[in-house]
Design a binder for this molecule. Sequence first.
Ligand code: FAD
Length: 522
Amino acid sequence: MSSHPTIAIVGSGPIGSAYARVLIEAVPDAHVVMFEAGPQLTAIPGESVRNIPDPDEKERAREMSQGPQAGALRESLGIPAGVVVEGMFTARQGTHLIDFGGQGSGHAETFAAAAASTNVGGMGAHWTCATPSPAFSEKIPFISDDEWDDLLDAAKDLLHVQDAAFADSAVGEGIRSLLEEEFGAELPEGYGPSTLPVAGDPQPDGTMRWAGADVVLGPLVDPTSPLSQRFELHDLSLVRRVEVENGRAVGVSVEDLRSRETRFVPADLVVVAADAFRSPQLLWASGIRPSALGRYLTEHPVVISTVAVDAEKIGRFATEDDLDAEIERRSVNPADPVAAVNRIPFSEPDHPFSLQVMYAESPPFPLDPAHPAAGNRWGYVNMGYGMRKRPRVDDGVTFDDDELDYRGFPNMTIEYALTEAENAEIAAATERLRRAGNALGEFIAEPRLLPNGSSLHYMGTTRIGVADDGTSVADPWSRVWGVDGLLVGGNGTIPTANAMNPTLMSVAIAVRGARKAAEPLR
Ligand code: FAD
């Protein structure tokens, strides 16, 4: 090892950024080089695009995140139209599907909505910022409660988590009261309706500056901080291989997507945090193939609906004056329509689901102006139950060395099925969603189950475990079995069945991995 250790990080999302921050702070002379396949979207690297006030600029930032399938970025790279894919389209704003239907596309018939973001900040530039903590069996059994609490505190600091965002919204409070009336008696103490923790910084005018990888990187991207001298971020830089010699990762081969030149970058430690599909794909392409690689894929089956808030129902808890104040507050930031965020968290034994209730000024789809609920003065709630998926070796992604994807990597095929256990919980949650909607107002979109992959929370494909017994890819500190100096990070490391939004948990796991990796580097 050199006297100034070099750490190469693949991927600039919240997890790669957490590794960069913790390692630079913990190892005084370490130098971190981060590679990101996508472009930088904002002046501060990794900022949430939700903070961009201009709608056209926001739209452009989202399009630039859709990989070389997207128009302007593709043209800027000199890739002629039609060469890369046909049938180019996007999934959720800022993301691109893995199975986009054209040449070089992955195969995800059983997991059709599987998507990724390719930009500085990763999906963390587009996320909703919901950051609940894992509870009950969602937690990892081989990490003690005390350590978990400490790791979660560190992760919350990195992500700027607020436990009581929009808590002063009277309409938000009214929504919680109505849900409490409907469900309170059935839920354990401390697990009833509450504000949903979110990652962001409340502003003096009542709006939120949403958190992205920028806040996780913090001083690393602040040119006035000495820590920024030890951090390099290279956008449009696609890591093609993790290079391994004698059982040890020795660096990465990186293609500069502007010049199309590939170079070797030596490193004392390599961290792969390139999302739950592309991390295992990169390991596979590098010849690192533990048998659990890509397997045990889980996500959250999701049922969603939209409800117009009923004046009479909410009127028992909030006044017309409260509503006027709410409308006034929302008008400060029309580009960001979210007004209050509530939830009912996962609890056991009777509520193994996570309900997320977003209160907004407008529905998430165009509503026919003739609809009786169009222009509802009290606004709308978009609600969804997230459910758990039991990890099974049968679910996962495989890679084909003989068929390459649009980036020239072994192509992906996803195999995935819901079992009776999931179907029973989906039915139970759908019933509860109906009750929640009726408690709050009138459905303008009935509860419906979204296609597999819609949660954007893909887990398990590089799971951590206590033994190298074929059921995990990495050890409890995220060190890949059998290869020294190589860590994996991201939702793929989560081994449990759970219903909470996974980013906070993955950042906590990354903090654990980074602290351990720092020890020999110091
Ligand atoms: P990512 O953020 O996906 O970043 C991985 C990065 O690696 C990407 O930028 C990619 O381009 C890069 N990369 C891949 N391969 C290579 C390579 N070979 N070389 C170089 N770079 C590479 N989660 C929550 O917890 N709460 C939410 O409310 C929530 N809402 C969401 C809403 C939306 C619309 C989206 C899109 C996601 C949401 N998520 C949410 C998911 C959340 O964003 C992810 O959990 C989080 O971003 C994962 O972080 P990551 O760093 O592991 O991966």
